[in-house]
Design a protein around this ligand. Structure first.
Ligand code: HEC
Length: 156
């Protein structure tokens, strides 16, 4: 009897957290201006998974972290198909997501997700990444290229 009550409490707690997370996502979605909402809706229409079978093993693990943590409030297709490709963009957005109430993302998980997304952008979004790099002032481009290389080399 006691065990059942305890389990029920745990389950209820999880359900409440889940609802709060989704609720927050929805509340923010309502406050978005129409242009932002249209852009984000477009991201969500794309694929909701990434084929990581050829990615380094460690990054295949980090893909699991990304899939779990970044699909709590919105579809995973949102980050998967977003037009963010630069390391700075990922670090800014991961921080923004991390500091949302109920995000439940630790510092080391954020770092793993960052490495995964920087690597993934250098492979799956290579064309968009190269185009974006070309728009940067030379110094910023060098810094971004060095950052990407460091992340990629770390998993070879
Ligand atoms: C606690 C809820 C929550 C979690 C967890 C979360 N997000 Fe979000 N995300 C949002 C909300 C709300 C928005 C709407 C725009 C905003 O508030 O920034 C959003 C928007 C986005 C956007 C679109 C931003 C834009 O303006 O183009 C991207 C990309 C994104 N999230 C990526 C991620 C990634 C990557 C993770 C995992 C590290 C993540 N999200 C985890 C709530 C969350």
């Amino acid at each position: 009897m006691k065990m059942t009550t305890k389990l029920a409490a745990v389950l209820l707690g999880t359900a409440v957290l889940g609802v709060t997370g989704a609720g927050l996502g929805r509340a923010a979605a309502q406050n978005m201006d129409a242009a932002t909402k249209a852009r984000i809706d477009q991201f969500e229409k794309g694929p909701a998974t990434i084929d990581v079978s050829k990615y380094p093993a460690q990054l295949q693990d980090y893909y699991q972290t990304f899939s779990q943590k970044c699909s709590q409030c919105h579809k995973l297709s949102r980050p998967i198909n977003s037009d963010y490709v630069l390391p700075d963009q990922w670090s800014r957005y991961i921080k923004q997501m991390m500091y949302k109430p109920g995000s439940n993302i630790s510092g080391s998980e954020a770092k793993h997700i960052y490495d995964f997304l920087v690597y993934d952008s250098s492979v799956r979004k290579k064309k968009a990444l190269d185009a974006k790099l070309q728009t940067l002032p030379p110094d910023d481009r060098k810094t971004a290229e060095a950052t990407i290389k460091k992340v990629v080399d770390n998993y070879q």
